[in-house]
Design a protein. Structure first.
Length: 296
């Protein structure tokens, strides 16, 4: 039995596709399939129903899903505790944050949170939303900073994770002024987010089944809002960008609205943590954030 098998099981249960789960785990699909088969052989039962449309959990798979999640978190927490006892782990607070928040929101927010009491050490892991979620699920970081929308469900279930709203943002459909002046808004090239992007999930939910916006033709995609903003500045199309990221470009007039304010998407910025106990330093930090939110 190997820990990576349980992590693979969690990924496949979440994505419902060997291809997408293998991509999320950063291994080839054949290698991923072999590890899932090894887990099923070790368990002595089939955990997934395989169809051309994807995979679903068997009754046995559904039964162990929550326990598999809890077991991986316990093992990573056990490793962290052992390192702390041995004196090998510094009092470093680890954060995962999506790229757009790493660039703009995180530095300002962490200074405000310190509030005259500097944190001993901080390590920031910047990745796509999907990558950040995996870091949190695997127990490699205690905190995730990300955008949220109340109508878009998160794969991080309330049974295992809790979050606090620590800020606000807004997604605005932005385009280079010259491109908008030469093209009708509903015929602009569309700069889209990929499935790995948390902002992509939110935009897709907002635009789902809207005929006006569906007329936009996606000509480029990335999980990085900063890349989409660069493409928009180059006059390559319209992108829904966080105001926190594009504030200077909007102020300079280099990016303008492609649609009116009714197409804006209000966002919350959340700090997410596991329900399970964290290290003393992490728990103290969470208490500090909680106190600040209550005072605000």
């Amino acid at each position: 039995m190997e820990l990576v098998w349980l992590e693979d099981f969690i990924a496949l249960a979440e994505h419902g596709s060997f291809v997408r789960a293998a991509e999320a785990r950063h291994i080839t699909q054949p290698a991923f399939s072999r590890r899932i088969r090894s887990l099923e052989q070790w368990m002595g039962v089939s955990l997934f129903i395989r169809t051309p449309q994807g995979t679903t959990l068997t009754e046995a798979g559904s039964h162990i899903q929550a326990r598999a999640f809890e077991a991986t978190n316990r093992l990573y927490r056990l490793r962290e505790e052992a390192q702390e006892v041995a004196g090998k782990a510094a009092k470093t607070l680890q954060f995962a944050a999506t790229h757009s928040l790493s660039f703009t929101f995180f530095p300002r927010w962490i200074r405000q949170t310190e509030n005259g009491a500097p944190i001993e050490a901080i390590q920031l892991h910047s990745d796509s939303m999907q990558g950040c979620e995996q870091l949190l699920v695997r127990g490699e970081v205690p905190f995730l900073l990300c955008h949220r929308h109340p109508e878009v469900p998160s794969p991080l279930t309330q049974e295992h994770f809790v979050s606090q709203n620590v800020g606000d943002d807004i997604l605005i459909a932005l385009v280079a002024r010259s491109l908008l002046e030469s093209n009708p808004a509903n015929q602009l090239p569309y700069l889209a987010y990929t499935e790995a992007s948390g902002l992509g999930r939110i935009v897709a939910h907002r635009l789902y089944d809207n005929s006006e916006v569906l007329a936009l033709k996606a000509q480029f995609s990335s999980h990085l809002a900063a890349v989409l903003m660069s493409m928009a500045l180059e006059g390559k199309g319209v992108a829904w960008l966080p105001k926190s990221l594009a504030e200077q470009e909007i102020s300079d007039g280099r990016l303008v609205r492609a649609f009116d304010e009714s197409w804006d998407i209000a966002l919350q910025i959340h700090l997410v943590r596991p329900v399970a106990p964290l290290s003393i330093a992490a728990e103290n930090f969470w208490a500090r954030v909680t106190d600040q939110r209550e005072r605000d």
